[in-house]
Design a protein around this ligand. Structure first.
Ligand code: C5P
Length: 239
């Protein structure tokens, strides 16, 4: 198994129930150790689902994409740290002050309680939006230009990295440096034909080759008729 790459694959648990989520976690045992809890599962099951996954010894990316006034986002993020989330995300378009206050409060909490600092990542531009969709909501630049601009702002505010399309990995690394991390959804392996609603997609191998730190993949794994087999194919493909 290609540990170095498989360790950095995050499986998105976009399912209705905690029971199904835990089934997927079990089916991934030995291959995947990082899972994403997003809005659907969190709304259905509440914070307990994060604790249940953490109890299995796996890492959790809590993907609630916080976007609000600085005080609200900073306090919500600290609650996510208390839950044990390893990666937490906020919208970079919430602005510099929002990200900066969040980082300050997370660092204070972690230092005061002797807990490791999680990775705070910034959402740039959703991978379901293309240039046309962006223009519709009043963004004047291209997706790539907006991503770079928001990533630079996030770096200045002290966040660990950004969530971006795999097509923007090298642009972000060039603008923000190699130590500024990228986490990329919009990944479709060769064995999965459907792009679903993702518009800016890349294969996992190409995303890692382009230098991404983490990839997030949901449906190609969670909707596979045989998850173990899909993971085996993924491992072969990214090796
Ligand atoms: O099933 P699929 O692989 O498309 O899932 C991608 C996951 O990544 C979803 O949970 C989606 O919410 C999330 N995501 C995304 N684009 C972003 C940020 C997160 O697709 N920019």
């Amino acid at each position: 198994m290609n540990d170095n790459r498989m360790n950095r694959v995050i499986v998105a648990l976009d399912v209705e129930t905690g029971g199904r989520a835990m089934e997927i976690v079990r089916a991934c045992e030995g291959a995947i150790s990082f899972f994403k809890v997003g809005k659907q599962l969190f709304t259905a099951e509440g914070p307990d689902i994060v604790r249940r996954i953490k109890e299995t010894g796996n890492r959790v990316f809590l993907d609630l994409k916080y976007h609000d006034i600085p005080n609200t986002v900073a306090n919500a993020t600290v609650e996510a740290v208390k839950l044990g989330a390893d990666i937490i995300d906020v919208h970079t378009s919430g602005g510099f002050e929002m990200m900066k206050k969040t980082m300050d409060m997370v660092r204070d909490y972690c230092a005061g309680h002797g807990v490791p600092e999680p990775g705070i990542f910034g959402i740039t531009i959703l991978t379901s939006l293309d240039d046309n969709a962006l223009n519709q909501i009043g963004y004047t630049g291209t997706a790539a230009q907006m991503v770079v601009r928001l990533a630079v702002l996030g770096r200045e505010a002290g966040i660990a990295g950004v969530v971006c399309s795999p097509l923007e990995i090298s642009l972000v690394k060039k603008a923000c440096g190699n130590d500024f991390k990228t986490l990329t959804p919009g990944i479709r392996p060769l064995f999965s034909q459907s792009a679903d609603d993702q518009k800016r997609v890349m294969t996992p191998a190409d995303a890692f080759d382009a230098g991404t730190d983490y990839i997030v993949m949901g449906r190609p794994i969670t909707k596979a008729s045989n998850i173990e087999e899909a993971l085996k194919k993924l491992d072969d493909e990214i090796g």
